[in-house]
Design a protein around this ligand. Structure first.
Ligand SMILES: [Zn+2]
Length: 313
């Protein structure tokens, strides 16, 4: 069965540690070519995420990460870059694994919309507005003042609508989420967030938020971060992931569910889900509870449909 994974931080690890090689099966990388092949992952999204250890993230850092994406990931013949819907269709005719470039948090752009347009030209296809805290565009979900978008951030939303970049609301504040729903006219995604109803963590989405994503025909990437799955996160299991899927299905989101693991961005793991190669264990659990066509849609078909409709042609 083919798989799409809508979020990982392997790029950050490759950026931080020049010795890591993406085609080698090393324990430091949850996502690497041998593990992607082991599970049958067909398309992996790679986030440009500048960790908090970089004191003043600049556009130069973003460009360095894009350089790493090309030199460390796309340089391997097993990998193929996806920028357009036709790229996606092309890789389906091959054994190659598709790589979608995304960005998590627009902090390093410092409000410069020219830089945002350049990211569009450079093939960035999804953009999380914030990480957990406030930036020039909006407040993140952990920012205590709980604000929404800035004036500049709202201007950016108008501009990004004209680009080939899909907006990602994972990490965005609740106020920001609803302001976006008011003004933004395209489908958007939450690449790695779960259901608040099942696990009340601020990074998760309320039922109303989930319904808004369903309404706009967006996508919800179920994430494997243990503390977004269950409050007693040390006991998070694959069955816990199914609870989130059941809940989103009950809200009518069956065609909007996909996965966004957050592998390489986590330091605790769900039992039996230590790395991307372990997707087979989820497939097994899903097949016990859902029909084959539903399982295929959660793992691949829903992301595929969404991306074919929302990527540039
Ligand atoms: Zn994240």
């Amino acid at each position: 069965m083919k798989i799409v994974d809508g979020h990982c931080d392997a790029l950050t690890k490759l950026f931080q540690n020049g010795k890591l090689e993406f085609n080698q099966d090393v324990s430091e990388l949850d996502v690497c070519i041998p593990k992607l092949q082991q599970a049958g992952v067909k398309v992996q999204f790679f986030a440009i995420y500048l960790s908090e250890s970089i004191p003043n993230p600049s556009f130069e850092h973003v460009l360095q990460m894009i350089d790493i994406f090309h030199r460390k990931i796309l340089n391997h013949p097993q990998m193929r870059w996806i920028r357009t819907a036709s790229d996606w269709l092309l890789i389906e005719q091959t054994q190659e694994i598709g790589a979608v470039l995304t960005i998590e948090g627009l902090d390093a752009l410092a409000g410069n919309l020219t830089h945002l347009r350049i990211l569009d030209y450079l093939g960035v296809r999804c953009a999380g507005i914030t990480w957990n805290y406030a930036n020039w565009a909006a407040d993140g979900v952990m920012e205590s003042r709980k604000g929404g978008f800035t004036k500049k951030g709202k201007l950016m939303l108008k501009e990004i609508e004209t680009m080939g970049i899909i907006v990602d609301v994972s990490h965005l504040s609740v106020a920001g989420f609803w302001e976006l729903v008011d003004v933004y006219r395209k489908p958007f995604i939450a690449s790695h967030s779960n259901a608040y109803h099942v696990c009340p963590h601020p990074r998760n989405l309320s039922d109303d938020q989930i319904k808004a994503i369903i309404q706009c025909k967006g996508m919800l990437g179920i994430t494997f971060v243990p503390y977004f799955l269950e409050n007693l996160y040390s006991s998070a299991q694959i069955s816990t992931i199914l609870k989130h899927i059941d809940h989103i299905c009950a809200l009518g989101g069956e065609s909007q569910i996909g996965f966004g693991s957050d592998f390489d961005g986590i330091d605790q793991w769900v039992k039996d889900l230590r790395h991307v190669g372990d997707y087979g264990n989820i497939i097994e659990a899903l097949c016990k509870n859902y029909s084959e066509s539903q399982v295929e849609a959660f793992l691949y078909g829903n992301w595929r449909n969404f991306m074919l409709q929302n990527l540039p042609q």
